[in-house]
Design a protein around this ligand. Structure first.
Ligand code: EPZ
Length: 419
């Protein structure tokens, strides 16, 4: 079982390129199912989740693989879809594969996708995805753990989500592209991954207005074509590397990301006392002093991202004073807390809030990764701790961070992988 050993080694310094966005890549790969022809995605991170999505696309009968000439590009040819079923043993590995439901329904009129089930951070139901697709005239039912969906022809409709859902917005938006007539999605997610997907769908021939606002209007069209697209930089990986720079008192620049996609993260890092400079596709963070404490509550975009909560908490563990971290998006996203406490962090949980009293220094310890972003938080904490931190079950981190130890070593971290 792989583990990562991190030794606190002083300030991180230097300049590193972030990988392409994992979450954008997954949604765009599902969108490729809508195109009659080849879609090529570049700047795709080499992650297990991406390979899992390729496997699912192949199971549906498309040609889907990494490009032999470019190891960060995937080619997906959905000219022919053989089977509208995404099997349980593939979907359970990667819940974002539920994003094939909308495209299959739109393209094929039929879909059978395993219900993704919950994960460590929460129950993560898909009732809103189903509500939205029903509003487009689809019939959906749950049968032995599978969502069975059918629609002779999807018809444009009005969808009002009960809560903001990123993948729910994406699933319905993709289905609506080939529905007959107009679809209006109210209370739509505004995440950059929704905007990027809408941009690519438009280049495939879709007619979409309002992506990035909470009201998206889609005029259905007859067919979509394949497209070539370079995936945007990963805003969460960028935020993670910058938080590591602040936590170690360093000077870190991240390249290949649009600062506009992580504004709320930069705002919190500034509030912590960091000096931030940004240009079109890079951000530099200079830690001028020990992090200052603050209050933060996670929220849908443009609020502070839940995917950055664990990483910022690690920074606040050594801040000069008491902070409050409130998690409002997922119901169980504090599993990094007991692990941080093992490293000497002074944290008290109360309902959806964690009260963090900063300590002068954390101490290295054996800790357990439990989910993707919790493990990133433990790496950030380990970089600033005294001694060695051994992070077990590191496959979690590999799901969302490509070659994380190489990137951090490039910034001066003492970090290695074993096992
Ligand atoms: C996306 O998940 C991301 N994953 C998550 O990133 C991210 O944390 C999340 O958005 C929030 O930003 C991908 O894009 C692949 P939601 P998603 O639907 O779309 C509830 C990472 O670390 N909900 O916006 O599944 C849900 O339980 C991952 O990269 C329903 O109740 O998240 C949650 O409490 C983790 N019913 C809230 O809404 C539904 O039908 C927001 O979830 C759908 C969602």
């Amino acid at each position: 079982m792989d583990r990562i050993i991190v030794r606190g080694n002083g300030p991180l310094r230097g300049d590193v390129a972030v990988s392409g966005s994992k979450n954008s890549s997954l949604a765009l790969m599902a969108a490729a199912l809508l195109g009659r022809g080849e879609t090529r995605l570049e700047n795709v991170p080499r992650l297990r989740d991406v390979s899992a999505m390729l496997e699912i696309l192949r199971a549906l009968g498309t040609q889907a693989d990494w490009d032999p000439e470019d190891d960060h590009a995937v080619r997906i040819d959905a000219s022919t879809i053989r089977s509208p079923e995404a099997p349980y043993d593939l979907v359970r590995k990667m819940r974002a594969s539920f994003l094939v439901l909308g495209p299959l329904l739109a393209r094929f009129g039929l879909a059978r996708v395993s219900e993704p089930g919950g994960c460590a951070i929460g129950v993560r139901p898909v009732d809103q995805h189903m509500k939205g697709l029903r509003a487009l005239g689809a019939k959906l039912s749950l049968d032995h753990g599978y969502v069975e969906a059918s629609a002779a022809r999807l018809l444009g409709g009005n969808v009002v989500f009960d809560m903001t859902t990123v993948n729910g917005t994406q699933n319905v938006m993709m289905a609506a592209c080939l529905a007959e007539g107009e679809t209006v999605i109210e209370n739509a997610a505004r995440e950059p991954e929704v905007v990027e997907l809408a941009d690519v769908l438009q280049r495939m021939g879709a007619e979409i207005r309002g992506a990035g606002s909470d009201r998206i209007v889609i005029q259905g069209v007859e067919a979509l074509r394949g497209v070539t697209h370079r995936v945007a930089g990963d805003r969460i990986e960028a935020g993670t590397l910058l938080a590591a720079g602040l936590t170690t008192g360093g000077d870190v620049s991240v390249r290949g990301v649009d600062p506009g996609t992580l504004e709320s993260t930069l705002d919190k890092l500034r509030e912590c006392g960091a000096r931030i400079e940004a240009d079109a596709d890079s951000v530099r963070l200079v830690a001028e002093e020990r992090p200052r404490p603050l209050s933060v509550t996670t929220a849908p975009f443009p609020g502070f991202p839940t995917d950055m909560q664990a990483q910022l908490m690690a920074t606040l563990c050594i801040a000069e004073g008491a902070s409050v971290v409130t998690e409002r998006v997922f119901e169980n996203r504090f599993m990094h807390v007991p692990e941080l406490q093992r490293m000497g962090a002074d944290i008290t949980l109360s309902g959806r809030s964690a009260h963090v009293r900063g300590v002068a220094r954390l101490s290295g310890a054996q800790v357990m990764a439990t989910d993707l972003r919790a493990s990133a938080g433990l790496v950030v904490a380990g970089l600033a701790a005294e001694g060695d931190t051994v992070i077990h079950r590191v496959y979690h981190i590999d799901r969302g961070y490509e070659r994380i130890e190489e990137k951090l070593r490039h910034l001066g971290a003492e970090i290695r992988r074993e096992g």
